[in-house]
Design a protein around this ligand. Structure first.
Ligand code: HEC
Ligand code: HEC
Length: 512
């Protein structure tokens, strides 16, 4: 992987799009900086030195424990490990964080109700609060037994059908197209008296996999469908993309990574021939409509925490807000009953169900959840596992570290050495993980590299170890064995390790 100039970066991205669609004018092509604009040449050199992957596995690196930079929390490791605010917030910011926290946990109710400031739920929804899915600010899980599906849902989308729709995709004006009746996602819940859209069902098939040393691991392959469809059939070309709520930590730091640092790792046509490409997600900022680098969501479809949060309010809870002013959430014109329901807009409070400053506060909260400190980066087994992680090629996508931009909007996020272990690029992960759903630049086989910080505390916080976008992996070993496509060689390297070495690599992941 190598740094690219503006031309070599743009051409492959654009030609990739052009192959699929008729030539169109690129009036507003993104002009991303190819070099960090926030640093002097001397600082650029320093940063390059600090972020270069280590080759010394005899001891922990400087500052490795503080994986979220100065925002890292060293609080006691317990079930609240993901719920602390960044330790470098000012006192006034702590207060803002707490107000945001209350709104993140707030249970919205259906209209009309006596608690008017909480009105507006739905009419169709997946959950009543952000926290219902991002459990303890951590991750959700697939339903088990008779438990409900709350912290996981199906996104609905279909590909372009016409030239005009293809142009919209190429211009990043649309990410894909919603189902005519059910909209952009399947809402399993509805306000009293309204039909819900249906229920996600999952069936698993066990697939045995033999590792290099003869050990056999069973992977469960999921198949998704919808039963009890409340409003007739889905359109035939609509695909189902299952997603479990991801953990909420370190998000402001991810926002503060300079574009040039992410783009430097992009290699969409694999010109360096290492089998790993890595594509930048280009999306529109919801408010300015400018083309930005997508960083959030499993397919990097949102450029900012604010955009992701605004979409969550309206799509997941059915709460309109200034950035997504749809009082009836994701109901479509084919759902007349839904559109006829009262909304929760209170004119004395504002024009939407969550008027300013609700979205700002929730965004601030989401941007400032601290990353927990590494527990034992200097442990001999952890260091051994770290070496194997690097040698197996995991770092080709799970980029260990970045230094955030010096000119970040929030000083707490500025110029921090952080260790997310992600390149925030899209990769083809093979047929096994494919959902078949295009989301903007991301194909039906592509996913954003998932950051790994905090992953070792999943069980501590959420009392389960389900990983990957749909929680199919029941532990870290299964998560690695599902890697395919561009990650096939890394997966095979892991599978060929002996039992002790595999355990060491897992011990490294558990120390993150
Ligand atoms: C019904 C479950 C659900 C609810 C409710 C929910 N989320 Fe999420 N959240 C998800 C899922 C699933 C994703 C991954 C989305 C994707 O891939 O597009 C996600 C992703 C995110 C991300 C990006 C995380 C990342 O790693 O990129 C943020 C930030 C976020 N949610 C904030 C919120 C906020 C704020 C609220 C409340 C307004 C909220 N969410 C409500 C399920 C939920
Ligand atoms: C080609 C890029 C690539 C390589 C190489 C790669 N990964 Fe990943 N990794 C990803 C992507 C993309 C995801 C998200 C996949 C999904 O959710 O379906 C992921 C997810 C994971 C997860 C689950 C994260 C979570 O929060 O659920 C773990 C653990 C992981 N990778 C470990 C590894 C290890 C260990 C290696 C080396 C043996 C490795 N990866 C190599 C791209 C890569």
């Amino acid at each position: 992987m190598r740094a690219l100039t503006a031309k070599t970066l743009l051409l492959p991205i654009l030609s990739g799009v052009l192959l699929l669609s008729p030539p169109i004018a690129f009036g507003d092509s993104p002009e991303f900086p190819t070099e960090r604009s926030d640093l002097s040449p001397k600082d650029r050199k320093r940063v390059a030195g600090v972020t270069r992957p280590t080759q010394d596995f005899s001891k922990a690196e400087n500052f490795e424990t503080m994986q979220g930079g100065a925002a890292t929390t060293k609080a006691l490791v317990n079930g609240d490990a993901f719920s602390h605010f960044s330790t470098n917030l000012t006192f006034a910011e702590e207060e803002t964080f707490k107000l945001g926290n209350a709104l993140f946990r707030k249970l919205w109710v259906s209209s009309p109700s006596s608690t008017q400031a909480s009105d507006g739920l739905g009419p169709l929804f997946n959950a009543r609060a952000c926290q219902s899915c991002h459990l303890k600010d951590g991750r959700g899980h697939p339903p088990e037994g008779t438990a409900d599906n709350t912290s996981m849902f199906l996104r609905l989308g279909r590909p372009a059908r016409t030239e005009q729709e293809q142009e919209m995709l190429a211009r990043h004006e649309a990410l894909n197209f919603p189902d005519l009746t059910y909209g952009k996602q399947l809402q399993e819940l509805a306000v009293p008296g309204l039909a819900s859209e249906g229920r996600m069902t999952i069936s698993y098939e066990e697939i045995p996999v033999t590792l290099g040393d003869g050990d056999v691991i069973s992977l469960r392959k999921p198949t998704y469908s919808v039963r009890d469809l409340g409003y007739g059939p889905l359109e035939p070309d609509v695909t189902l993309s299952p997603r479990v709520a991801p953990p909420m930590i370190g998000m402001g730091m991810i926002e503060a990574i300079h574009e040039a640092d992410i783009l430097a790792k992009a290699d969409p046509d694999d010109r360096d021939g290492d089998g790993i490409s890595g594509k930048a997600a280009l999306v529109r900022d919801h408010r300015t409509r400018q083309i930005k680098l997508g960083r959030f969501g499993y397919k990097a479809e949102n450029a900012s925490v604010r955009d992701q949060s605004a979409s969550a309010f309206v799509g997941d809870i059915g709460i309109s807000n200034p950035d997504a002013p749809f009082d009836h959430g994701d109901c479509t014109s084919a759902q007349a009953d839904c559109l006829a329901r009262p909304t929760g807009v209170q004119e004395r409070l504002g024009e939407t169900e969550a008027p300013d400053p609700v979205l700002e506060l929730v965004t601030f909260y989401s941007e400032n959840l601290a990353v927990p400190a590494r527990r034992d980066p200097a442990d001999a087994t952890v260091l051994k596992g770290k070496q194997l992680f690097y040698q197996s090629g995991c770092t080709s996508c799970h980029t260990p570290k970045f230094v955030t931009r010096r000119d970040a909007d929030n000083k707490a996020h500025a110029f921090q050495l952080i260790w997310p272990h992600s390149d925030f690029l899209l990769h083809d992960m093979g047929e096994g993980l494919a959902d078949g759903q295009q989301v903007g630049v991301a194909s039906g086989r592509e996913w954003r590299t998932q950051p790994l910080w905090g992953i070792g505390l999943t069980e501590t916080v959420n009392e389960h170890t389900f990983f990957l976008h749909d929680g199919r992996a029941r532990n870290l070993t299964e998560a690695i064995l599902w890697h395919g496509g561009e990650a096939q060689a890394a997966r095979d390297a892991f599978a060929s390790l002996g039992r002790d070495d595999r355990a060491a690599l897992i011990a490294f992941l558990e120390s993150l």
